[in-house]
Design a protein around this ligand. Sequence first.
Ligand code: RB5
Length: 158
Amino acid sequence: MSTGHGKKVSIWVGSDHGGFEYKKEIIGLLKDKEIDAEDVGNFTKESSDYPDLAVKVAQAVSEGKADKGILVCGSGIGMSIVANKFPGVRAALVHNVETAKLSRLHNNANILILGERVSDPRILPEILNVWLGTDFEGGRHQRRLDKITTLEKKLYKK
Ligand code: RB5
């Protein structure tokens, strides 16, 4: 998969212990697609704190080091709270194929968030395929994203 500028898409992936099994599977699926996947940890199932992992991925996306990110924790909620604090990050907590699609079509989500304890593992490959393969629709949705950018500028005085 390429960015359209001949460069391979770079996706940073992180999880705490609650999302460890999904992360392992996601890294494998991304590698099968020859996507440049950067695993930021956690590298064992030992208990870890989701903010530490969310910061690594969200900061990389916010600063343009990564094209996209994927974060997994038990519910997906903690990762969402942290990731969406970063300017330019549009992190979407996705529970099924429909929300995966909508998060790209309408929100141009650049971080996919999953909850390993609250979603069906059998649909993980399809969620990933749809999320990676769906383009932003633009139009009226771009106007809404522009409002978010304006809000970020006001809040963070950038
Ligand atoms: C860890 O037990 C759990 O709280 C975490 O994975 C996540 O669900 C937090 O939102």
